[in-house]
Design a protein around this ligand. Structure first.
Ligand code: G3P
Length: 217
């Protein structure tokens, strides 16, 4: 399973990259706003800065919601850097835009996916990635992992090339459950990745090893 980091924070992206386990980055307009990145020029420069830190795919989301607007914006984003993946919302014109970019060989990430039917449409349209938001389903008392499993199952039935990119991940348990479900990618906040490290028996075991190595009690 690939690890993407879900942030527009350059320090956090660098920290995850330095850990040596990072395969890519996802962003969205809310994450850009959280970092205070506003205005088209600043946003475009920020995407290039992110691409210069990591080696993998970097999702950049379109703001337009009509086909022509998404195509224009997506082409401009894709021209910024070869690592850019055009992120497109799961709406009717979005499906058309996914097909357009797929036919042109431009990578896409279909976002705001909350059902297997939506994921099926995204795959039919040739999306590179589909992003089911599991945390937001959990928020409304619907098991997000069930959706990941359902999409993985459907894609395997038909050998769809679309990769399941589990998004809206909130915890290390979410990451492990996504791995069990066979998600291709988990995009996570830095703290969820770092929380994978933690176990009290590791801490107490290491403390004992170090004490024994020094001959102390
Ligand atoms: O990748 C999607 C993600 O940014 C949404 O996460 O926590 O706002 O549901 P969240």
């Amino acid at each position: 399973m690939k690890f993407f980091i879900d942030t527009a924070n350059l320090e956090q992206i660098k920290e995850a990259q330095d850990l040596g386990v990072l395969d890519g980055v996802t962003t969205n307009p809310s994450l850009m706003a959280k970092e205070g990145i506003t205005g088209t020029d600043n946003i475009l420069k920020h995407y290039v800065n992110i691409c210069n830190i990591v080696t993998g795919d970097v999702s950049a989301e379109v703001i337009a919601t009509d086909f022509k607007g998404m195509v224009n914006e997506g082409e401009m984003l894709a021209s910024l850097h070869p690592q850019i993946v055009v992120k497109i919302p799961m709406i009717k014109d979005g499906v058309k835009a996914l097909k357009y970019f797929s036919d042109k060989g431009i990578k896409t990430n279909c976002t705001l996916v909350f059902s297997a039917g939506q994921a099926l449409l995204a795959a039919k349209a040739g999306a590179t990635y589909v992003s089911p938001f599991l945390g937001r389903l959990d928020d409304i008392n619907q098991d997000g992992i069930d959706l990941i499993e359902q999409i993985v199952y459907i894609y395997q039935n038909y050998d769809f090339g679309t990769q399941v990119l589990a998004a809206s991940i909130r915890s290390p348990l979410h990451i492990v459950r996504c791995a069990e479900a066979g998600a291709d990618v988990a995009t996570c906040p830095l703290n969820a990745i770092l929380d994978l490290l933690k176990h009290p028996l590791t801490d107490s075991g290491l403390a004992k090893f170090l004490a024994d190595a020094k001959g102390t009690k």
